[in-house]
Design a binder for this molecule. Structure first.
Ligand code: SAH
Length: 232
């Protein structure tokens, strides 16, 4: 099913994902049209296929339909001005899609997206992929987007101590890490694949305005694990 959405250009790939119902939101469609996947794939000749691609360090850039699904799930918390933490940012592609949603051109709402990696070379990869496009360079320069190094299982605290409207975890965790739930705003939402006895499933964790947390197990997935960094 997924391969049917491949295209000859970024626009065609996104149109096909939309036509096959793998993107349903016009906002996500428009953000994916703006983030050119060729800037984020080591082999740009396969950039417009709906499949994952290795980016080194045992990491992969996920298939576009997986990115679409994550963005759609978090969409109510990806408004202009939202603060988003992308854990396991890898190629930086999804960080870019989030940034198009929360920092649209001309917006003065002050959105921010932080890509967090535990492998310094992948932090650098996300940033250098971003620098390939004019919009990416502008967002880095203006501090709307930043790539940082740390252990994603602990989340990321910024100087002002501000929390996150949305947290995306791009690798499979062993548990619903409490520190991540703590760092969600009221309201806020986290998308996190979790490895359990029945395999990996996406969990969506919602914190409501009163601070009440609801956890929902959704569909089965296959992500690389959220781990300690490799010893070099
Ligand atoms: N969203 C990325 C996915 C990359 S694969 C993309 O599509 O390009 C998952 C990423 O999670 C890898 O880059 C890996 O280095 C990172 N990762 C694994 N464990 C981590 C941890 N504890 N903290 C931060 N990043 C981690």
């Amino acid at each position: 099913m997924a391969w049917r959405s491949s295209g000859g250009s970024n626009q065609e790939l996104v149109e096909n994902l939309f036509r096959h119902g793998l993107i349903t939101s016009p906002l996500v469609k428009s953000a994916m049209e703006k983030a050119n996947r060729a800037h984020f794939c080591p082999d740009p000749s396969y950039a417009y296929e709906d499949s994952p691609q290795s980016i080194g360090h045992a990491a992969t850039i996920s298939a576009p339909h997986m990115h679409a699904s994550a963005a759609e799930s978090l969409l109510p918390y990806l408004r202009p001005g939202s603060r988003v933490l992308d854990i396991g940012s890898g190629s930086g592609y999804l960080t870019g899609v989030f940034a198009e949603l929360v920092c649209p051109p001309g917006s003065s709402e002050g959105g921010r997206v932080v890509g967090l990696e535990h492998i310094p070379a992948l932090r650098d990869l996300g940033e250098s992929n971003f620098e390939k496009g004019e919009r990416g360079r502008e967002m880095l320069r203006d501090g709307k987007v930043a790539f940082v190094v740390g252990d994603g299982r602990k989340g990321w605290k910024e100087k002002g101590g501000e929390e996150w409207d949305a947290i995306h975890v791009g690798a499979a965790a062993d548990e619903l890490h409490a520190e991540l739930v703590e760092q969600l705003k009221r309201p806020g939402r986290m998308f996190i694949p979790v490895e359990g006895r029945m395999g990996q499933h996406v969990w969506v964790v919602d914190k409501d305005a009163d601070g009440t947390v609801k956890k929902e197990r959704q569909y089965g997935v296959r992500y690389v694990p959220l781990t300690d960094p490799p010893k070099s």
